[in-house]
Design a protein around this ligand. Structure first.
Ligand SMILES: O=CN(O)CCNC(=O)c1cccc(Cl)c1Cl
Ligand code: NI
Length: 186
């Protein structure tokens, strides 16, 4: 039966699962793991559809990591269009950042998280470019070079697999401190 993920499935900050290091999925993934990951991608897409978001009372998001629904496995789903109008639509097992730029990037508007029911203002400095290796739902190994907004979203999701929340990166003394050698993505 196709299960629809809703906000009641999303665990909120304070839940221990959000601070665990998620386990690698042994491949090939089981049918159950594939279904969960597919449901996660459906949730992200639903959250961006006005009617469905209203129907299921969803907060919009561009990605979701399995720990956010209490599953401590290395699975992420992303669905968004970046600033160059490129569509990113991925459901991935065991995503891994295998290289990254020294240069950093951040969103001037800061970041938000479905597991954080509050605004946490401040810049979240991340790598401007990353190379990600992962396995997709069909079992294909993929390697992607990501930059700017796409790099930021993927880092937000992969952070969840390592028990890291976006606000962990915000400068405590000055939330709007701009690290040198970093660029705003707008
Ligand atoms: O882990 C995923 N979420 O919590 C979904 C909700 N957050 C967002 O869509 C979001 C918002 C702003 C910046 C980034 Cl990077 C992201 Cl990811
Ligand atoms: Ni999040």
């Amino acid at each position: 039966m196709k299960y629809v993920i809703t906000m009641k499935d999303v665990v909120r900050e304070g839940h221990p699962k959000l601070r665990e290091v998620a386990k690698e999925v042994s491949l090939p993934a089981t049918e159950k793991e594939k279904e969960i990951l597919n449901n996660m991608l459906t949730f992200v897409k639903n959250s961006q559809d006005e009617d469905l978001a209203e129907k299921y009372d969803l907060r919009p998001g561009v990605g979701l990591a399995a720990p956010q629904i209490g599953i401590s496995k290395r699975m992420i789903a992303v669905h968004f269009i970046d600033l160059n109008d490129e569509l990113y639509d991925f459901a991935l097992f065991n995503p891994k950042i295998i290289s990254h730029s020294v240069r950093k990037a951040y969103l001037p508007g800061g970041e938000g998280c479905l597991s954080v029911d509050r605004e946490v203002p401040g810049y979240v400095p991340r790598y401007a470019k990353i190379t990600v290796q992962a396995t997709d739902l069909e079992g294909n190994k993929i390697k992607m070079k990501l930059r700017d907004y796409a790099a930021i979203v993927f880092q937000h999701e992969i952070d969840h697999l390592n028990g890291i929340m976006f606000y962990d990166h915000i400068n405590k003394e000055d939330p709007f401190f701009v690290p040198e050698n970093s660029k705003a993505i707008e």
